[in-house]
Design a protein around this ligand. Sequence first.
Ligand SMILES: NC(=O)c1ccc[n+]([C@@H]2O[C@H](COP(=O)([O-])OP(=O)(O)OC[C@H]3O[C@@H](n4cnc5c(N)ncnc54)[C@H](OP(=O)(O)O)[C@@H]3O)[C@@H](O)[C@H]2O)c1
Length: 330
Amino acid sequence: MTYKLGIIGTNWITKQFVEAANESGQYELTAIYSRRESTGQKFGQDFNVDAVYTDLETFYNSGIDVVYIASPNSVHFEQVKTAIVHDIHVIVEKSAFSNPNEYAQIMQLLAEHKNVRLFEAARHIQQPNFKIIEEQVAKMPKISGATFVYEKYSSRFDEYLAGNEPNVLSRQFSAGALTDLGIYPIYAIIKLFGKPQASHYFATPLRNGADGRGIAILRYQDFDVTVEFGKGSNSHLNSEILGLRDTLVIGDIAEVLDITYYDADKVAHELSQAPATNPMISEAELFADMMTNKTETKTAYETLLTLSQTVNQVLFDLRQDAGIVFPADK
Ligand SMILES: NC(=O)c1ccc[n+]([C@@H]2O[C@H](COP(=O)([O-])OP(=O)(O)OC[C@H]3O[C@@H](n4cnc5c(N)ncnc54)[C@H](OP(=O)(O)O)[C@@H]3O)[C@@H](O)[C@H]2O)c1
């Protein structure tokens, strides 16, 4: 089946997703939503699509089967809600929703629209290299602790330093280091180890109250996981999962690259495969499969949705701990 795809948000990540969707052979871009006709037309040129809508209702009534949403985090909720009401499947970029209250409302709507599938686009956990990490962790005799690092100077940080407030560094848009970058390691950690028993967040605020970087600690029954992330500097540290004498080292947790297992004799085993040229292909294929084979994939889909909801709750708990309030929380 080929799904008629509509997109919201016309930045580079949407282009990458449409390219992945095309490569999967299971989607066809048929509609573009943009706040401005000219921006939508410019985006559509690369894909020979000129069906541009500036009104959300008209866009959702244009016959699309699935929408990919890559707008600022704070506007996801209304755009997803409207899609579900129109019985359109949703692929929404991370972070899917601002808080658990929004997520609970979405779950209620999903219960009323049972044919609709909702996916959070956490591309990294769907990549073959992430499965390799999961398999290796399952084989390790004991987990003693872990440290995950994802700290990258944002292309928008210069703008912030110049006195502006870009969306991705603003609480107004439910953004900041935690929801923008911290979510990658936190998704990975929760996928690997489940929901933490407790969590703490030591955030370094920007002048506007958003978190520019921070250190989170997730507590599990037998071990703690430290997570370090930020948008105003570059870290070259690896992430690592500690066993007893053995260690699993991950060079880049967001791109899921450079995975090395050091065995009890400290012998290095390179585990990672060469990544796909487009890191969004695996998720595009998985989501198409889950929309097509609803019965066969019911359990896997529900597990994925629960994971997304758990991540949302943990991000909220961390923000609460650090005293970071989004306007969407009120
Ligand atoms: N998976 C990944 O690798 C990845 C990478 C980057 C970003 N993301 C996620 O993708 C989403 C978008 O991130 P981004 O950095 O591209 O955000 P952005 O540049 O702030 O906005 C993305 C698009 O949303 C629309 N938009 C901008 N401001 C808006 C506003 N005030 N109200 C409504 N729409 C607005 C714009 O499209 P129009 O002008 O056409 O309306 C814009 O192109 C976020 O959820 C982010 O976390 C994911």
